[in-house]
Design a protein around this ligand. Structure first.
Ligand code: SF4
Ligand code: SF4
Length: 245
């Protein structure tokens, strides 16, 4: 927050130009594994238990349903002099927003015929995922050009997009929304809260991940996921829906 304010006052511009070649500062998928001596410490700083160490204590794996892409594990390994673990900058955004825009539209049209109707349900999010989802309707991503539309009623929807960890208050709403959808129906858990359910820990008010209440077909990782990752998820959903028709 202070960094943003500092930049705002200093540079007058707090945002940066979107590079269609990918951003060097993007924290993407994690690659590599630190040495055995660092593994325990890396797992210890992970706030959601996404950094997992095997029983032998010499290898690691990342649970991307839970991972927040916060970079703490990488920073910890680096502070111990181990640079084997790093974030990649692999992102589908440059492709989707650039040369791949027409290809993406064609793929969706082939798979879905004319359209995919999406009902969004915020089951208890911080609104981060919802803001990114809002960007899908803006001029940069323009989801409507692919034939994907958000609808107000679950009765008109092919896919239920869930954001946020499921709270007790919204558990019933989630179940009823799912039951109101016609078959074939799909559920997409969007973001670490809906997919992993660990972001806010455990409390009386939290049920957990969306799959504790409804069957989840596809997860989009991230906290929040980038709009481009959501589009990639929708492409995968299109594949699954076609198979079920
Ligand atoms: S990036 Fe953050 S959330 Fe993901 S594994 Fe590392 S410490 Fe855990
Ligand atoms: S995944 Fe992150 S951005 Fe999305 S609702 Fe949870 S905390 Fe907010």
């Amino acid at each position: 927050m202070f960094k943003v304010l500092e930049r705002l006052f200093h540079d007058k511009i707090a945002t940066e130009e979107i590079k269609l070649t990918g951003s060097e500062r993007y924290r993407g998928r994690l690659k590599g594994c630190p040495s055995a001596s660092c593994l325990k410490e890396c797992a210890g700083v992970c706030p959601v238990g996404a950094f997992q160490v095997n029983d032998a204590g010499d290898d690691c794996s990342i649970n991307y349903s839970k991972c927040l892409f916060c970079g703490r594990c990488v920073e910890k390994a680096m502070s111990m002099g181990d640079v084997a673990l790093h974030h990649t900058i692999d992102d589908v955004m440059p492709f989707i927003a650039g040369e791949g825009a027409d290809i993406t539209a064609d793929v969706l049209k082939q798979k879905l015929g004319r359209s995919l109707h999406v009902r969004h349900l915020d089951a208890g999010s911080c609104n981060g995922c919802d803001f990114e989802m809002g960007a899908l309707s803006g001029p940069m991503y323009d989801l409507a050009r692919y034939g994907v539309h958000f609808v107000a009623s679950p009765r008109h929807a092919d896919l239920l997009m869930v954001t946020g960890v499921v709270t007790r208050n919204l558990e019933q709403a989630l179940r009823m929304t799912y039951e109101a959808m016609p078959e074939p129906r799909l559920v997409m858990a969007c973001g670490a809260c809906a997919a992993g359910g660990s972001t806010y820990g455990e409390s009386y008010a939290i049920v957990g991940a969306a799959d504790k209440v409804v069957p989840v077909d596809i997860c989009v990782p991230g906290c929040p996921p980038r709009p481009s990752a959501m589009i990639a998820g929708l492409l995968a959903a299109a594949d699954m829906l076609k198979e079920r028709m």
